[in-house]
Design a binder for this molecule. Structure first.
Ligand SMILES: [Zn+2]
Length: 335
């Protein structure tokens, strides 16, 4: 927000102003810190997250993990400029064997998780809930465009770790991600709670690509005695990482701290520029028509197997909406 030297003219046209103190939930704020060549996005979620998680009545650990996946999806998917879709899913051997978050640009979110209640242990962290497996990110830009899919191994370290691994290996963009999900308990109303979450993604994008070199991860499978290949990271990126490492979970989810204030708190010494926030909504794309045509895609034998108590009932896994059809409507012959 300020020029670094008295000799430098401020050339950008956006006005310099104080950070807004008004917290905005269910939004992603894009930002940049020019002096450090950093670009990023900050997500704050309240009612939309609560709506998705509450509909399913997940056990708290599962809700928290799915909340993390939702925040990560908004951080990654909100950069889509087209009317596309970003889908994040995991398949793994932990108590939460599958989860999916479907983000439809510009603002629609839906998600669900499959879990084995018998295997849930109190206090289990996200990494052990997922276990080992993989995380897939799919960008779908419609039927005429090719799909992009990125895959990264889940090694028991949770979603933040998987995101870091993905950006290091696949995108080779120095990236840090922070995610926090919590339950806000309202005074006076016993058992009443609301889910909240926040996340921060920060990337180092210098004009000179050689400045983006990164310290490699330790080569776990290298022969004994191998000296790890170490690279000195750019000073600006070292500073950026040290700033983001100071963000506390409570700051990310605090309903009284505005996103702009949080960004200002982090980057005020260098100057931070924020862009127009992008709104997020919990909204499923299922419909009676879509379910009906899905039913018709099954073969006749499968369809007749779906009839129970004289009707066919389909529940949307994303939003728990229930669709009821008569056997005739479901295309069951000889019903
Ligand atoms: Zn639905």
């Amino acid at each position: 927000m300020t020029s670094q030297s008295p000799d430098t003219k401020i050339t950008f046209t956006s006005p310099i102003r104080a950070p807004s103190a008004v917290p905005v939930d269910d939004a992603v704020i894009p930002f940049e810190v020019d002096a450090l060549d950093l670009r990023g996005r900050l997500t704050r979620m309240g009612p939309a997250l609560d709506e998705i998680l509450t509909k399913h009545d997940y056990p708290p650990q599962v809700g928290k993990l799915l909340g993390e996946a939702i925040v990560l999806t908004t951080l990654l998917g909100s950069s889509l400029k087209f009317d596309g879709r970003f889908i994040l899913q995991t398949q793994s051997d932990g108590p939460v064997s599958f989860l999916i978050v479907d983000f439809q640009a510009p603002d629609r979110l839906r998600a669900y998780a499959r879990y084995d209640a018998k295997r849930l242990k109190p206090g289990a962290d996200s990494g052990s809930l997922l276990g080992k497996g993989h995380l897939a990110m799919t960008i779908d830009q419609g039927p005429d465009m090719s799909r992009y899919q990125g895959l990264v191994a889940l090694e028991g370290g949770g979603l933040e770790a998987a995101a870091h691994e993905y950006f290091l290996r696949s995108e080779q963009i120095p990236t840090r991600v922070r995610i926090a999900v919590g339950e806000e308990f309202r005074g006076g109303e016993r058992g009443k709670h609301r889910w909240r979450a926040g996340g921060l993604l920060m990337q180092f994008l210098p004009k000179a690509p050689e400045r983006a070199r990164q310290a490699d991860l330790h080569p776990g499978d290298a022969p004994q005695g191998t000296v790890p290949h170490t690279v000195a990271e750019d000073d600006a990126w070292v500073e950026g990482q040290s700033l983001i490492s100071t963000v506390e979970d409570i700051e990310l989810i605090d309903p009284d701290l505005s996103g702009e204030r949080l960004l200002y708190r982090l980057f005020h010494e260098r100057g931070v520029r924020v862009f127009k926030p992008l709104a997020l909504h919990a909204q499923c794309s299922c419909s009676r028509e879509a379910v009906s045509s899905m039913l018709k895609s099954f073969d006749a034998k499968d369809r007749s197997g779906m009839v129970k108590d004289g009707k066919v009932v389909v529940t949307c896994e994303f939003c728990s909406s229930v669709y009821e059809f008569t056997p005739q409507e479901a295309g069951v012959e000889n019903a």
